[in-house]
Every structure is written in C-alpha cells, then in structure tokens.
Design a protein around this ligand. Structure first.
Ligand code: BG6
Length: 492
C-alpha cells in the first residue's frame, strides 16, 4: 500500500454537497482516503445544499453514489458503513441573508482544527458564499477554501471572483483546483524532468521539434449541457487542464518543489505564450462539433441533439490550438493542443517529438529513420514510452526499425492508481498548495485564451462537424499537416 501522510482531525464542508461533482468525485475520493487510513477518528465531512435531506438521507445518497461511481471491488461494506458515520448534511441556502447557520456552526465546534470549505457550486456563488462565511464568523486561522474550475468565463469574471474571495481569504488559504494536476502521470512528468539527468539537456528547441498535448474523451456532454453549451471545449478544457499540462512540460526547473517556486515557473510560461490575434485564429486554431456516430460500437447522438443544447448552437466540443512560447528555450517549437469529446478513445498524452538525425550514415534500403518520440500517457494505462530506432534482428544487412522502451506504471508498481481528487483533497488538509493554481496563473491563462474567444466570435469561426467516434474534423489534421507534421494517433 502507498505511504500515508497522517493528518489531524479536520472538518471538510462541501457546498454543493448533493451535486454531480460531490457525488461522482469528491465523496468517493474521501471514501478511498478513509479506507486507506488517512482520515483520522473525529474528522467530519459535511455536505451543504438546499436539499431538505437529513443526515441519514444524505448518507443514503452518498452510499448510492459510492456504489455507482466506484468499481464494485473498491467497496468494503464495513469501511463504507464506518465512513458514512462521519458524513453529515446541512440544509442551507448559503446565499440567503436570513438563512439559519446555527446547525452548521454547531457541528463546527472546534476552531483549532483545519476547516476546509469546498465550493462545488456554480462559480458565481464563490464570492457571496465566502462573504457569508465571514459574516457568520466561520473563518478561523486554519480555514481554507477550495475553488473548483471554471473560475470565470473570461478575464474580467475571473478577476471578479478572485477579488470577491480574496476580500475574505488570504491567497495562502485559497486552493484553486485543477484536477489534472492531481493525476499521477502529471506529477510523474515533474519526476521525469527533474529527477533524471537524462532529459534536461534535450528539453529545448535544440533537440525538440514540437510537442503535442492531446486529451481525447469518449463521453459527450453527459447531461451537463446547461453549463457546457455556454462554455465549450476551449473554456472547459484548454484554459485550465491543457494549459496546465503545457506549463508543466515547458517550465524552467524550479529551484525547489515548493508551491511558490513551482507556481512562479508556470506563471512565466503563461506570460510567454504568444497571443493569437484575430487575423491568426483561422490558421492557428480549429473548432469542431460532433455529429451523430458510434463510440465503442454504441450509436450516439450528435451534439445538437443532446438534451439541453440550443438547436442552432455553435459551441465547440473539440478544439485545436497551435501555441507558441516566446522564450529562449522554446522559440520555434510549436505546442499543438487538442481536445475533444466523443472521440474514438479516451486517451490523454503528451508527445515530445525530437528532431531528426542531422545526417544519416545508412543507405536508403536500411529504411526510413524516424525521429525519437517521448510519450507521456496520462490515461488510460499510465506510463511513459520512448521510441528509438533499432536494428532489425537477423543477418542480411542493416535494416532499421522503430522500437519502444515502455514503462507502464501499473506493471512497475503494483498499487492502485489513486484518483486525482484523492491526492488534492488531502493536500488542502495538509496545507500544500504546490498542485493548486495561484490567482495570477488563472488570470494569465484567461489573458491568453480570451483573444482566441474574441477572434472566433468576430470572425464567426465555424465549428467543423466531425463524426462521433472519430479523430475530430479534417481541418484539425490539415492544421498540423500544413506544418509538415502529423498527429501521433497510435492511441486513438
Ligand atoms: C472536467 C471537464 O474538468 O474534466 C469535463 O469539465 C471533462 O468536461 C473532465 O469531461 C475530464 O476529466 P478526466 O479526469 O475524466 O479526464
């Protein structure tokens, strides 16, 4: 079993406690931490929502959620029953000035404990709820607040949220979560880069030709159209998850692995991202929207037929951006970012494509020399592989073939790969902000993304149709092929 870092008893209060995120991810993640022995006796998990559920009703709903969203083999009946005894529910409209907070206050009766308020609600509530927490005297020196994405829909709204929450909480008490940073392989990217001497000398435009970052999903809008149709892939995935992956791939080595140093280096990358102007959006970006098709041999609806999507919606469920970083290390190395829903497979990877050998000593009949490629697989089958050219075994001259050095984390380490939220939820309790975003990062990411959104609006950039279960629109292939490159689609 992985090592557990012990923590003192704490109070975890989840606003939006009956919502999709709480049921699907947060409570199941806390259950896992409980099973692994990281949640000490006396800790409390309190769901807050407007629903009239009592404690037992809520426990029943979390019981159902754990059984629905966790694999059956993860359910230990005794552990689940014990876990539910520390789960509580408070019915409260946190925005109502006349709401009665006394029940919640009664549960939070130890002001010396770590207290975490997790905002799993619509982002427009973050500021007002923070202010009410303050007015209710619930913010102690050991209180932290967790803000889920999306933080805003553009730079101005992100600033407004950060200002409103910042008026009540210090930056050190604010944890802006991006669950991609909690994924094991994303953290492994830092181990790969900074715990090995091998890669750093190659990690620049001297040896790297280009980098691809792909997050392909098979799911559609999953009943979230009321949010997604106003958001689209750029706001939902690129502004946060893909941009964070880009930062970790491109950042300079921080001097230590602490929050301040890591976040400063990411911020420098964000500030060096070359703006994409209105005149360039057509050349450097592609938008797509899925049409009906089949995923894993199951017929699925097109985006426009999904429940809750506006009939003539032009929201993108796919997008590609060619990003460039204006600094010494990365000048001339494009980062192709690509994400989409209803793609052929669920597959996320970062592919570092190295330059070709400068001069081949082999004759043409040895075969084509392929450039080396380092693939960091985030999901599924987390691992790292390196494509090398090798000699094909056997006599009969020198024939060259690409072969793969493959490290699969499942094979190398025989442990359950924790869900991203497990690590992050407990990092908040431990007071470790390394894998959370500083407000400056969120705002710098919006600063880069917003002109793309404006460019799309002003140039009425089309969302190209693509068949569900495919590789995305043809225009996304054309975008990279114009540069003489191709997508690394072995996984897809
Ligand atoms: C969320 C997005 O942040 O990430 C979803 O809002 C998306 O639209 C999800 O499906 C993907 O996360 P994961 O961990 O399944 O890759």
């Amino acid at each position: 079993m992985a090592e557990i870092i012990p923590v003192d008893p704490f109070d975890y209060i989840v606003f939006g406690g009956t919502g999709d995120l709480a049921r699907r991810k947060l409570l199941p993640a806390l259950y896992h931490r409980f099973v692994d022995g990281q949640i000490p006796d006396g800790a409390q998990i309190i769901g807050v929502s407007r629903s009239p559920l009592d404690h037992d009703g809520y426990r029943q709903s979390i019981n159902d959620a754990c059984r629905t969203f966790l694999p059956a083999e993860d359910i230990d009946e005794k552990a689940l029953a014990d876990f539910l005894t520390i789960v509580h529910h408070i019915s409260l409209d946190a925005l109502d000035d006349d709401a009665d907070w006394s029940e919640l206050r009664a549960l939070l009766n130890d002001d010396t404990r770590v207290r975490v308020f997790y905002m799993a609600t619509a982002p427009r509530l973050y500021g007002p709820v923070a202010q009410n927490l303050d007015a209710q005297g619930l913010i102690t020196p050991a209180t932290r607040i967790v803000l889920e994405k999306p933080i805003g829909t553009d730079l101005a709204s992100a600033r407004a949220i950060n200002d409103a929450v910042g008026a009540v909480f210090d930056e050190q008490a604010i944890y802006r979560i991006d669950h991609y940073l909690g994924k094991e392989t994303v953290q492994n990217l830092m181990a790969l880069r900074f715990a090995n001497a091998l890669f750093e000398p190659l990690w620049s435009n001297a040896a790297v030709d280009h980098i691809q970052i792909t997050v392909a999903e098979t799911v559609g809008v999953e009943g979230r159209a009321s949010y997604y149709d106003h958001s689209g892939a750029l706001r939902d995935m690129v502004q946060n998850h893909l941009v964070q992956l880009l930062c970790l791939t491109a950042m300079e080595p921080p001097s230590t692995f602490d929050a301040g140093c890591v976040r400063d280096e990411k911020l420098k990358v964000l500030r060096a991202l070359r703006p994409i102007t209105r005149a360039e959006v057509e050349r450097k970006t592609v938008r797509g929207q899925y049409r009906k098709g089949a995923v894993n041999e199951q017929a699925v609806l097109g985006y426009l037929d999904e429940e809750g999507v506006a009939p003539s919606s032009t929201t993108e469920s796919f997008c590609v951006i060619k990003a460039e970083i204006d600094n010494w290390r990365w000048a001339g190395v494009p980062f192709y970012l690509r994400t989409g829903k209803r793609m052929a497979l669920r597959a996320s990877e970062i592919v570092v494509s190295f330059k070709e050998v400068k001069h081949s000593i082999f004759t043409d009949d040895a075969g084509k020399l392929h450039a080396n490629k380092l693939v960091i697989r985030l999901q599924p089958d987390e691992g790292i592989s390196l494509d090398l050219m090798t000699k094909e075994p056997g006599p009969g001259g020198m024939r060259l073939k690409p072969a793969e050095l493959n490290l699969s984390f499942a094979d190398a380490f025989n442990v359950r790969n924790p869900e991203a939220y497990e690590r992050l939820l407990m990092d908040v309790v431990r007071g470790n902000q390394t894998l959370f975003m500083h407000r400056k990062e969120v705002e710098a990411a919006w600063q880069w993304v917003e002109p793309i959104l404006d460019g799309w609006r002003d140039t009425k950039q089309e969302a190209h149709g693509y068949m569900a279960g495919g590789l995305g629109p043809a225009a996304s292939i054309a975008l990279i092929e114009r540069d003489g490159r191709t997508w690394d689609d072995e996984l897809l």
